[in-house]
Design a binder for this molecule. Structure first.
Ligand code: NAD
Length: 252
């Protein structure tokens, strides 16, 4: 539905789940797409699939928890395609569920290094390019866990609440400089991350279904649709939003 011809999009965590769905959607809308992921081989395979279908795509290795790699990812994007118009900072990991009195510092640090500092680093280096251009749109991946608290998820929810904070701060700073920054807050989405988490846990799945007013899991394409809208001119007055795309989970 959108025409992003001539524009350049960057997606992190692009080898799987909602990152992959969003990279495909950007390509189908005409953008040149950089697919960055910790899993280099999977990122290259996904980029090749898009190239074979006639799109412009580049697969890159990047661990977003390492700021130098995040900087290099943006630099490669600009070297290859000349600019950066849209970024979906999506790479993220789960921490194992743990009682808040027992969660380890190692788990806290691991999840926050990727989910929070990783998005901070990507946003920082994307903004250096977008500030030079005087234009751009960034969408950061938070979660329903950025808006509410569920038990046994303190480290993960801290990271996702933090994503909304860094989104809002940079959004107000850059709104008048031509760069719009927003966050998307997915509910429970049918991706490999959730499949891994819920494998063999029928009871946990039934509990999640009860909490989703819409009565089903979301799809990665439904997140991609929200990200493309937030990046598009149709969302030109949307700044610093934390948009729930969650089948009503946070509405009740
Ligand atoms: P996924 O596990 O299917 O895909 C995540 C991708 O990120 C993988 O390809 C992985 O290799 C990559 N990745 C992991 N660590 C990385 C790192 N340090 N640097 C670069 N890439 C890295 O996950 P998904 O379900 O598509 O989740 C994507 C994002 O959405 C995450 O930030 C997640 O927290 C968030 N989220 C997911 C759900 C859900 O229900 N699936 C709900 C809310 C939020």
């Amino acid at each position: 539905a959108y025409d992003f011809t001539g524009q350049v999009a960057l997606v992190t965590g692009a080898a799987s789940g909602m990152g992959l769905a969003t990279a495909r959607a950007f390509a189908q809308a005409g953008a040149a797409v950089v697919l960055a992921d910790l899993d280099h081989a999977a990122a290259e395979r996904a980029a090749q699939e898009l190239t074979d279908a006639g799109h412009q795509a580049l697969g890159l290795a990047c661990d977003v928890a390492d700021e130098e790699q995040a900087a290099a990812m943006v630099a490669r994007t600009v070297e290859t395609y000349g600019r950066l118009d849209m970024a979906f900072n999506n790479a993220g990991i789960q921490a194992p569920p743990a009682d808040a009195a027992d969660e380890t510092a190692a788990d806290f640090d691991r999840v926050n290094a990727v989910n929070l500092r990783g998005i901070w680093a990507c946003q920082k280096h994307e903004l250096r390019q977008m500030r030079t251009q005087g234009s751009g749109a960034i969408v950061n991946c938070s979660s329903l866990g950025g808006l509410v608290g569920l038990p046994e998820r303190a480290a993960y929810h801290a990271s996702k609440h933090g994503v909304i904070g860094l989104t809002r701060s940079a959004a107000v700073e850059y709104a008048a400089r031509g760069v719009r920054i927003n966050a998307v807050c997915p509910g429970t989405i049918d991706t490999p991350m959730v499949a891994d988490m819920l494998e063999g846990q029928a009871e946990a799945m039934a509990e999640i279904m009860k909490q989703q007013p819409i009565g089903r899991l979301g799809t990665a394409d439904e997140i991609a649709a929200a990200v493309l809208w937030l990046c598009s001119p149709a969302a030109s007055f949307v700044v610093g939003a934390a948009l729930p795309v969650d089948g009503g989970f946070t509405a009740h």
